[in-house]
Design a protein around this ligand. Structure first.
Ligand SMILES: [Zn+2]
Length: 391
């Protein structure tokens, strides 16, 4: 039996918001109709009534399931370098504990209305949770290593991990400009010429990354020393990390730049000139947790860039909840339109992950999930707004 749902607004995302609209789902969770409130097709139908806004299931484009056991383990506002050092120091946990934390994180994302996740993995540990999950996962096999001499070896290990993750959707991805050599980027690019391979890379999460690239100074030198990493080969590039890295991005793949907290207008112009298929992911709560700062959101809006959202991991967040990220953004940038930011939280992420035939909008034939955002005022969130997963 089809089910019909209505609320103050239905937000299909791919089309205009419908006041008191109705969306119908089949038992299999497929959208079978979207109606205005007076549609004749609704006569005699039992319609489930809600207060609030109905939206499609959320897409979380940046998480690290394998860090789910690090909740409350890392102090806030110490900056990215200290954060990285602490996380490295915290990697020794019991396997059963890690497995239980990942399972709980997966369940929490489900409860918070997330239907698909782009998840960064260095190890195979999250495979079982992903296999058993009700969520769709794309795993980014993370390649790390700034030493050019090791590029081939690191890439080979990545390929082996990729095989282990199969048949789950996955691709090979660089970690961040400060932890990947141009040689390793060349290995990835060569692979991308022959295979479909989504790319996700951490970008400008700290100003130190730019300092290191421009002048070869700053706190990254301490980090490399801490890691006993010889970087004598590295020459200052006289430009920000993103400008240095953009030419190394594969031309034929979708690329997600994650964080962008210290991305400037010049960086954006630079990226635009190179004509890569770039998506920009914000993880507002993780940024506030680590660096206590947010990206210059208005720049990205003015430049009409394609934005997605991510929760990052429990190492830098108290929740894995896209609505919390939205509430935070709207609080800090009150002029943002919910119709715009819901697109970041749904359709844009689905397009990046290549799953928009199923997810991302309320359209006939899709199985996008259905969330109710409560305590809304017209098309605005309130501080009380919460989420109820309907489908
Ligand atoms: Zn991350």
């Amino acid at each position: 039996m089809p089910k019909y749902f209505t609320a103050d607004y239905v937000l299909p995302v791919s089309s205009k918001p419908i006041p008191n609209g109705v969306v119908a789902f089949s038992e299999a969770g497929e959208v079978i109709g979207i109606y205005s409130k007076d549609s004749e097709e609704l006569s005699g139908k039992a319609i489930e009534q809600h207060r609030g806004i109905l939206v499609p299931g959320f897409i979380n484009t940046h998480s690290h399931l394998e860090l789910a056991h690090l909740r409350d383990q890392v102090p806030q506002h110490e900056g990215l370098i200290e954060f990285v050092k602490r996380v490295i120091g915290l990697r020794q946990f019991d396997e059963a504990e890690i497995a239980a934390a990942m399972k709980a994180a997966d369940q929490e994302m489900y409860d918070n209305g997330i239907v698909a996740v782009g998840d960064i993995s260095n190890r195979i540990v999250s495979k079982k949770v992903k296999q058993q999950s009700k969520l769709y996962y794309h795993t980014f096999i993370e390649l790390i290593g700034i030493n050019p001499a090791k590029a081939k070896e690191i890439f080979q290990k990545g390929l082996e991990l990729k095989d282990e993750f199969a048949p789950l959707p996955n691709s090979l991805s660089p970690h961040a400009p400060y932890s990947v050599s141009k040689e390793l980027m060349r290995e990835i690019d060569a692979y991308c010429k022959k295979h479909e391979n989504l790319i996700s890379i951490h970008n400008q999460e700290t100003e130190e990354e730019n300092k290191f690239y421009r002048y070869r100074t700053g706190k990254f030198l301490d980090l490399y020393e801490f890691l006993k990493q010889d970087i004598s080969f590295f020459k200052p590039q006289a430009r920000n990390s993103l400008q240095t890295f953009t030419p190394t991005f594969p031309e034929n793949q979708r690329i997600l730049l994650v964080h962008n907290t210290y991305t400037s207008i010049k960086d954006i112009y630079f990226v635009k000139r190179f004509n890569r298929d770039v998506y920009w992911c914000f993880c507002p709560k993780a940024n506030l947790y680590i660096e206590n700062r947010l990206p210059k959101v208005d720049l990205f809006l003015q430049q009409e860039l394609t934005i997605t959202l991510g929760t990052d991991s429990y190492a830098s967040n108290d929740k894995l909840c896209i609505l919390s990220e939205l509430k935070n953004l709207h609080q800090q940038f009150p002029h943002l339109q919910l119709t715009e930011t819901i697109r970041w939280a749904t359709l844009n992420g689905a397009r990046f992950l290549g799953i928009d035939k199923t997810f991302g909008s309320l359209e006939k034939g899709k199985k996008p999930g259905l969330n109710l955002i409560t305590y809304t005022d017209q098309l605005n969130l309130s501080t009380e707004s919460g989420l109820k997963r309907i489908i």
